[in-house]
Design a protein around this ligand. Structure first.
Ligand SMILES: Nc1ncnc2c1ncn2[C@@H]1O[C@H](COP(=O)(O)OP(=O)(O)OP(=O)(O)O)[C@@H](O)[C@H]1O
Ligand SMILES: [Mg+2]
Length: 271
């Protein structure tokens, strides 16, 4: 990155929070989804977001992915404003160019595996590293093979998405996100659309990533055992606010708030 580009994100902040929501407001029309939401995520944190349907979990991830714009407040990623860029000492709405650069730091895997249907597995994984990061094709292919090994799909690099099970597609989607070498990985109910027997393989891959990398992870899941295994913090949301937060042991065994225990009972009853 050119040091003469004044609008370039600093990319140097190694202290301070990885993610900071600062009085973030998000509304759709008159419906306020996030009302001055504040929270921070430290570098290397594995945070699980739980809460009832409609409480704003996906919205938070989509804002981080810059798929949605906030109405007020600022989101900071590694000390750089995500939704804004610095102009002198002021913050102004971010340009597309700035957003593209910030987006590279963040990978997301969605509930519905959204692989490119016209590309095979290898092409799905290497497309962005080659065309967005400008990676050399051989290097991108070599890295993709490492990632395919990690997700247990070495023999599938020429397969097309329709030739794969849902669980296999989701593991390709995870490999594709990691191929961009993101600092932050966002996972939105990545196993909810899978047949039960395919869930374990995907969760094992994610456990592996949590164990072997220092990627900061924000995880929305109803898999409470997985959340307990992987995360070091749980945030309980209701109506766009954090009701309660703590380490998984505390939240899952001794929640302080009635809303949290009611929610957990409902989730566990559904399992
Ligand atoms: N594009 C949109 N237009 C209008 N309203 C929206 C839009 N996206 C989300 N919402 C509303 O914002 C609120 C939060 O939605 P969000 O998807 O973040 O909830 P969630 O916590 O992820 O729920 P779930 O557990 O069902 O996935 C909901 O009331 C939803 O209806
Ligand atoms: Mg959601």
């Amino acid at each position: 990155m050119s040091s003469s580009d004044a609008s370039a994100p600093a990319e140097t902040a190694t202290s301070g929070p990885m993610i900071k929501f600062d009085k973030v407001v998000k509304q759709y029309g008159d419906h306020v989804v996030l009302d001055h939401l504040d929270f921070e995520v430290a570098r290397g944190d594995r945070v699980t977001l739980i809460g009832p349907s409609g409480s704003g979990k996906t919205t938070i991830l989509r804002l981080l992915m810059t798929l949605e714009k906030i109405n007020d407040g600022v989101i900071w990623v590694e000390g750089d404003p995500l939704s804004h860029e610095r102009k002198g000492d002021k913050l102004v709405p971010a340009s597309e160019k700035y957003l593209r650069r910030m987006r590279k730091r963040i990978g997301m895997v969605f509930q519905q595996f959204n692989l490119f249907p016209n590309m095979n597995v290898m092409e799905n994984i290497t497309e962005a590293p080659i065309h967005v990061l400008g990676m050399d094709k051989d290097a991108a292919v070599a890295r993709a093979r490492e990632l395919l090994e990690m997700v247990g799909l070495t023999d599938k690099e020429s397969a097309h998405p329709t030739q794969l099970s849902g669980g296999q597609q989701q593991r390709v989607a995870i490999a594709r996100a990691l191929a961009m070498d993101p600092d932050i990985l966002l996972l939105d109910e990545v196993t909810s659309a899978l047949d039960p027997e395919l869930v374990a393989d995907v969760l094992d891959v994610l456990r592996d990533i949590a164990r072997t990398t220092d990627i900061t992870m924000l995880i929305v899941t109803h898999e409470m055992k997985f959340a307990r295994d992987v995360s070091n913090r749980v945030l309980m949301f209701d109506a766009g606010r954090i009701v309660e937060e703590g380490d998984p042991e505390q939240i899952f065994t001794a929640p302080e708030h009635e809303r949290t225990s009611r929610f957990l009972k409902a989730v566990l009853a559904a399992e």
